[in-house]
Structure formats: structure tokens, C-alpha cells
Design a protein around this ligand. Structure first.
Ligand code: B12
Ligand code: SF4
Length: 427
């Protein structure tokens, strides 16, 4: 039997990060059915058409903004008689919708059901839905690192799943659950040793979600590898007597950049204790990127400008995005009555308004979003920020910052030009 696992293209294209999901699902496949032939395709880097695919089963991993591509691709494969299974965040929250385009939908995590999906496929008896349980994260298979060929500069490392907080616009607690499930540190280190690059992405839901002593032990164990890391996490847990030790150990073991999670997505407003937590992280030489969502139904145009003040006051680089009410979140339930019917899931990438605002049109809000984004990511601000990254991070944190942010600056300029010409429709 041959199985093909596909990651759809990114909304903004060409990310040199090997997609963890399909490398991992490839590893899981090898574990549960070692004789299966596996092909991994990252459509973000390798353009692919449904006609080229030769497989007995195709698995497509779908996030909300990439699901339209996934559905289209699945429909074309099924017309050719190829069976398709859809999984990932979006099919998990809207399984009935996904089933319209697939032979089977895996709801939730794959570990507990993947073997059954493959066996049923072999027997020609694939079921419509498979419901994954949240298992303890022990003895996970190693991802198929190196299987994907391409200009990859970066791999990821997942050390735990779950987050106890329930922020309104976040899909992670509904997906991974409120209990923090940690992988054994030895297994994480073994996987980290296999990563080919010096720089890695810790892709946990929230890197500091659980027991801070475990995080200290983890970073301590990663120290000897002499790698550099960037990670996404939230600031809720950053209090108590262990925080300084945690930040010191994280920095010593190579943490150079920290992306603040969705908890802080409240326009230009940010509470005092979050501001202090961000300052504390920076003081250890770790650069902080603060994604901020703009264009809430309660926002005015002045709130957009406040984000620029926020970035200046906090000396952080803010990554702006328009509000995204993703299925599975509390925000989705709140905004459901206002969702724009003519904007499909492909518009849910942060560059479009996808719901009615009480007083402002999508065009006015999108234009303002681009203007503010250009201001937030202009070259003057990026170079000035180099002086705001503490010297203790020099030179890696500084170099890495430029390496990542210059392309973002360029991509934002291009996106705005395309928006002005009305030619930036998503794939
Ligand atoms: C790594 C990552 C990225 C990377 C890599 C993306 C890529 N091409 O793989 C980068 C930085 C490029 C990225 C980009 C984006 N991301 Co991202 N990303 C993540 C992150 C941090 C980890 C995902 C991961 O790989 N985990 C490790 C793997 C092993 O776990 P997993 O993917 O959950 O897979 C398991 C199950 O979901 C399931 N499963 C998943 N797919 C499939 C498919 C099949 C067939 C089956 C059977 C099972 C299955 O089985 C797996 C094992 O249990 C998550 C947050 C998180 N912690 O989950 C956000 C996250 C998935 N990203 C998100 C988004 C929105 C995006 C972007 C759209 C952002 C944007 N506006 O550009 C793009 C789109 C990328 C794309 N092409 O799909 C959202 C998705 C929300 C949603 N409702 O869809 C998340 C949840 C972040 C968030 N807080 O909201 N992302
Ligand atoms: S935003 Fe962060 S803290 Fe809030 S639920 Fe999501 S992962 Fe947890």
C-alpha cells in the first residue's frame, strides 16, 4: 500500500520550515504499519497537482485558511478514485463539513486511530469518522526528518501539548485539552539531536503552559546540544519564584526569540503585568515578537494607531493581523451571526476582515490594517529595534531577528500593493 501525506500551501507562501505535522504523521505511519510506502508533499514548497498523485490513500492536513485548498485537492483526487482522509484543526472542529470532501475524517489527534485508518483502508472498509483520544505523550515515533527534499532551513520540536487557559480566540485548548501533557525529557532530547540545523522551532501550544520546574529541567537538558531556539508561548504562567531561573536557563540553552501567544490579542491594549512579563523576558536577551489582532467589532480606527504606540512603548516588534474567529473558539460562537457569507475559509488568514463591523466597511478596515502594518514593520523601526534587543543577546539574537523580519517587511509591502490592485485573493 502507498500513502501520501500532504501539507497545503501557506497563505503567504514559501516558508523554509519543514512542516512538522506530515513529518510526524510519516513517522507514526512507519511505526504502526512499517511496510507502507510513504510520500510526503509540502505543497508550499513543491507545487503539486492532483493528477500527479499515485497513492492508495492520501492524507491532507488542514488548518482553517488552508482548508479550501485541501477540499479542492481532495475533490479532484476522489474523482480519480483515490481515497482521501482529512485531519487537523479545521476538520476536527467542523467534521461534517470536511466529510463532504473526504472518505474519512480524523477528529483530533491521530495517534490512537491511525493504525485503524490504515488497516480499514487496506481492507477497503474505511469508516467516515475516526475520533482520536488524547493519549499520554510517551514513546512517540520520531518524525521522518530528511524525507522531504527542499530548501529547508528549519525544523520543529514538540515537547508537550495542552494549555489550562481558555482564551476566547484560541483553538489550542479546545483541540489539545486543558491538561498539559509533557513528553519525557529524554525523548525530547533524543529527537532534538536529530534536527539537522542549529536553529529550531519549539512548536508547543504554549511553551510555558505547565509546571515551570519541568521547563527548567527541559531547557537544562537541551543545553549541551548548543542549538538556538525560538518558541511560542503565553504570559499567564510567568509569575512566582521560578520565573527568573526559567528565563535564565531558557536563554542559556539557546532561546533567542519568543512569540507571545493569542492571549494578548486585544488590540492596542495590554495589561500592566503582561507588559512587565515581556520586559522581563527581554532583559534576559530574548527578543519578543508580539502578534496583535486588529479590527474587533468594538474597535475604532484610533485603536489601530494605538498599536503603534504600544510597540514603541514596549520596544517590541508587533506583528499585526485582522481578527480571526476560528471554528472551535469562543470567539467563533460570538461572531458567527456576523460572518460575511461571501468570504470562504481561504480569507481567514489575517489579511481580510471576515465579519461585519457595526460602523466600518471591510475595505476601510483592511486599508487601515495595511497602513498600520507598514508603519509597524518599516525598515527604520526594524533597524532601530536592533538597539532595543539587550546586548546579552548579541550577536545571534540580533542576526536572527533581521533574517526573519526583513522578509516579513517585504511580504507586507507586496501584500499591500496587491490589495490596492485587488489582486491578492488567497489560493
Ligand atoms: C508549526 C506551526 C506552523 C508552521 C508550520 C506550518 C506547516 N506548514 O506545517 C508555520 C509557522 C509555517 C505555520 C503557519 C501557519 N499556521 Co501554524 N502552527 C504551527 C503550530 C505551532 C504547531 C503545529 C504542529 O506542527 N504541531 C505538531 C504536529 C505533530 O501536531 P498537529 O499538527 O496538531 O498534528 C496532529 C493532529 O492535529 C492530527 N493531524 C493534523 N493533520 C492531520 C492530517 C491527517 C490526514 C490526520 C489523519 C491527522 C492530522 O494528527 C497529528 C498527530 O496527533 C500550531 C500551534 C500548535 N501548537 O498546534 C500553529 C497553528 C496550527 N497554526 C495556525 C495557523 C492559523 C497558521 C497559518 C494559517 C498562519 C497564517 N495566517 O499564515 C499558517 C498556515 C500554514 C499551513 N500551510 O497550513 C493555527 C491554526 C488554527 C486553525 N483553526 O486552523 C494554529 C493552531 C496556531 C493558533 N494558535 O491558532 N504554522
Ligand atoms: S492563547 Fe495561550 S494561554 Fe490562552 S488558551 Fe491559547 S495557548 Fe493557552
Amino acid at each position: 500500500m502507498k500513502i501520501c501525506l500532504i501539507m497545503p500551501p501557506l497563505p503567504y507562501g514559501g516558508m523554509p520550515l519543514a512542516p512538522p505535522t506530515i513529518e510526524y504523521l510519516g513517522g507514526l505511519t512507519k511505526k504502526v504499519m512499517p511496510d507502507v510506502e510513504i510520500e510526503l508533499i509540502n505543497a508550499d514548497i513543491t507545487a503539486v497537482s492532483p493528477e500527479e498523485i499515485k497513492a492508495d490513500l492520501v492524507g491532507i492536513s488542514c488548518k482553517t485558511p488552508t482548508v479550501t485548498w485541501g477540499y479542492r485537492f481532495a475533490d479532484a483526487l476522489r474523482k480519480r478514485g483515490i481515497r482521501v482522509v482529512l485531519g487537523g484543526m479545521h476538520p476536527t472542529f467542523l467534521p461534517e463539513e470536511a466529510k463532504l470532501h473526504a472518505d474519512a475524517v480524523v477528529v483530533g489527534e491521530a495517534e490512537s486511530v491511525w493504525s485503524e485508518v490504515l488497516q480499514d483502508t487496506e481492507k477497503g472498509k474505511i469508516k467516515p469518522f475516526y475520533y482520536g483520544e488524547r493519549l499520554p505523550l510517551e514513546n512517540l515515533p520520531l518524525p521522518l526528518i530528511g524525507h522531504l527534499k527542499g530548501p529547508y532551513k528549519l525544523h520543529s520540536l514538540m515537547t508537550k501539548r495542552g494549555c489550562p487557559f481558555h482564551c476566547e480566540c484560541c483553538s489550542l485548548t479546545p483541540f489539545s485539552g486543558p491538561e498539559v501533557r509533557c513528553r519525557p525529557i529524554k525523548e525530547v532530547v533524543k529527537e532534538a539531536e536529530l534536527l539537522p540545523e542549529k536553529l529550531g522551532y519549539i512548536c508547543d501550544d504554549n511553551i510555558w503552559a505547565g509546571d515551570l520546574q519541568r521547563e527548567i529541567d527541559l531547557f537544562d537538558a537541551l543545553k549541551d546540544l548548543k542549538k538556538k531556539w525560538f518558541a511560542v508561548g503565553c504570559l499567564h504562567s510567568l509569575h512566582g519564584p521560578l520565573v527568573d531561573k526559567l528565563l535564565k536557563t531558557s536563554r542559556e540553552s539557546g532561546l533567542i526569540e519568543f512569540w507571545v501567544g493569542r492571549e494578548t490579542y486585544s488590540g492596542g491594549k495590554i495589561e500592566k503585568n503582561r507588559e512587565e512579563a515581556i520586559k522581563r523576558i527581554k532583559d534576559y536577551g530574548v527578543n519578543v515578537i508580539l502578534p496583535v489582532m486588529l479590527g474587533w467589532r468594538t474597535d475604532t480606527l484610533a485603536d489601530f494607531e494605538k498599536t503603534v504606540e504600544l510597540a514603541d512603548r514596549m520596544k517590541v516588534i508587533v506583528h499585526p493581523g485582522l481578527v480571526l474567529p476560528y471554528p472551535g473558539t469562543k470567539l467563533y460562537e460570538q461572531y458567527k451571526p456576523y460572518l460575511l457569507k461571501n468570504r470562504g475559509w481561504e480569507y481567514y488568514n489575517g489579511g481580510y476582515l471576515v465579519f461585519e463591523h457595526p460602523t466600518l466597511s471591510p475595505e476601510v478596515l483592511e486599508e487601515k490594517f495595511y497602513q498600520v502594518s507598514i508603519k509597524l514593520l518599516n525598515l527604520r523601526r526594524l533597524f532601530k529595534h536592533l538597539f532595543d534587543i539587550p546586548l546579552s543577546g548579541f550577536p545571534t539574537t540580533h542576526l536572527y531577528f533581521l533574517m526573519r523580519q526583513l522578509p516579513v517587511h517585504q511580504a507586507m509591502k507586496v501584500a499591500y500593493q496587491k490589495w490596492q490592485k485587488g489582486v491578492n485573493l488567497p489560493p
